[in-house]
Design a protein around this ligand. Sequence first.
Ligand SMILES: *Cc1c(COP(=O)(O)O)cnc(C)c1O
Length: 385
Amino acid sequence: MIAPEGIISGVPTTQPHRDAWVEIDLGALDYNVRAYRDKLDPDTQLLAVVKADAYGHGAERVAFAALMAGASHFGVATVEEGVQLREAQIVAPIHLLSEPPIRDAERLLDAQIIPTITRLEFAQALSVAATARGEIAQVQLAINTGMNRIGFRPEDALNAARTIVALPGLELEGLFTHFATADIAGDWEARRAAQAFDHVVELLHDEGIKPLVHCSNTAAITLMPEVHHDMVRLGIGMYGLHPSTATRGTIDLAPVMSVKARPSFIKKINLGEGVSYGLTWEAPGPVTIVTLPLGYADGIPRVASNKMEVLIHGRRCQQVGRVCMDQFMVAVPRDITVSYGDEVVIVGEQGDECITLDELAAHAGTINYESACVLGALRLERIYI
Ligand SMILES: *Cc1c(COP(=O)(O)O)cnc(C)c1O
């Protein structure tokens, strides 16, 4: 079932075109999905969240790998993302984790994407569109249990469900909520939200309404195992990244994304010479400077200038001077003889050393989620291994 190398992308890519690339380890992804599956009851379904081009990892390749590892559903953020999966011949149910504009109703129906209902106006419009086509559109109802992002308040949930069930051309396929604090171990607020959600589930059951119930994101899968319900929504953990420090002890993960490069220029500079725009770094003595052919237009955070490190010959080397749009520089310790073909690791492992996406994200004042999205979305070519 997994498409052979080169078929999905259309072009067999083994060598990157530039000497800077993102490496995606689908074996690691497989390992992570199975590790989470092992935490679930056999009949609990697993929705793989592949929004934002699978957090920058490439939605098509990730979706096929996740299917093989036991995912049964997919989660996307936009209609376009869902359509992309259908064009890649993914036939599994695709959940749109938010409500699209009403004008997208036809596209949703064409691609059989299951939207989230957060306003009854949308449900009514979709009902009209589906009925006109003689089709039944599956939808899911979002409950706002405290995050205050989207969804009906618990006290309005029953009425919303009744309305949807009564509308022609609609089938209430799913019921879900999303927690604001699932990534804090033992958090009281997350427990309160889970109870509020359970109450909604009971109310609907009492009326004979029994949709697919789900509320767990990656953090909740291991920190709140009592709330798996019918399905869990696995996002960041699938990519081998932890949603917070609280989950680190709960499961072993293998990072999927690495960022690598090869030197584009190597030279020696002398004591007192500066490097890059503004000459913000000065050589404390004779030093080898390696230039790498990627920069902030590739997702290397400029704010990490003079702070981040890279790995060369398995050793940490200081990034020096301001990160430029397409290039940045590194100072290499005297005892390392670097050459043009050498692989430099910006994110990932080399020898006994490792630079995590979390480390790079911390230099940029953000979280691994954002760094993965940005590095995968901008200009770097993705190589699958
Ligand atoms: C993005 C998202 C997820 C996945 O969250 P992770 O923390 O990456 O597991 C799950 N559910 C919803 C509704 C989301 O928007």
